[in-house]
Design a protein around this ligand. Sequence first.
Ligand code: BGC
Length: 384
Amino acid sequence: MELNRRTVIAGAAAAGIAATALGGVAEASTSGGKKPTKKVFGTLADGTEVHLWSLANGGTRLKVLDYGGIVQSLEIPDRRGRYTNVSLGFDNIEDYVAKSPYFGALIGRFGNRIGKGQFTLDGKSYQVDVNDGANSLHGGSKGFDKHVWSVEPFAKGSDVGLYLRYTSADGEMGYPGTLKVKVTYTLTRHGDWRIDYEATTDKATVVNLTNHVYWNLAGESSGTIYDHELEIDAARYTPVDSGLIPTGELARVAGTPFDFRRAKTVGEDIRVAHQQLLYGKGLDHNWVLDKGITSRPAPVATLRDPSSGRTLTISTTEPGLQFYSGNFLDGTLVGSGGTVYRQGDGMCLETQHFPDSPNKPNFPSTVLRPGQTYRSTTVHSFDC
Ligand code: BGC
């Protein structure tokens, strides 16, 4: 499959078609290895400048903000070599600050929900910030998505990328321990976007980091993702209550709308009258990946837009995948392409540990202790 993409990109280069003629920025050559560049994207209310970093390698073009480590744009070619931005976002910092539903952002300290924002660790009770009804979502009201990260660019061998660093103070959003986080975004010579997460703490704590790109492989302003074909290698998922907190059960997907073991369109079963789909207003659940936790990233999901041929394969070390079908996009946000985002115009595939793990002894542990290093890797590979 990868051959397709290489052929498209190499073919365009051989034909002398400039990157710009393929619809994008000039630095997006196929040679790779160029150090990322930055420019000012906007200014926060307190006067802090926010920068936009541009990277290109192996036919993939990535734009990243130091604010939230946000992927502001990710461009890949279709089967005819035409580039488009396949991730939802804004064209200005004000909208990211005021109303972003985590578009493209780094999520921490705890991706997904913690019931009532409460948990007990080593006999001590903690209350973290509650920002989603009765629960805590994506680290609380000022999570990692709302901080400016320090960014250091690199070009190493055939890879280019960014090191993003943030230190979360002891007690931030209610979480114990000073958490030092380093996230590496790498664009490989094959155009893969790889994310390596690392964190250390000085007190026992819980950690669950992820990224919240909303994908639309037909283009961020092209309408819904219901025609995208999705495969997830998971025989079970974690059903939720009405507040989207897992019940603790690892339910079989067989015979339910949650069965994506063979590729089917996202829209195929999304209107089935199933209690879980009513709770999520669509698909908004964690799949229990068959491969479990692995030391190296292993393939777990493939998303394909049949109209353009663009295909995304996700490989991860994580045991879970939150598939969120953009149910809460409600026509009130104008995206970077100038069109309004409506329900289902983008979808997230968030690699992670399971939601509410700190309160679910039967789920893989999210506890991090002093002396240990949290490590997690996810690779996004593109094809057409
Ligand atoms: C969650 C959704 C939530 C969304 C916020 C997703 O990760 O699964 O329930 O509404 O983030 O944008």
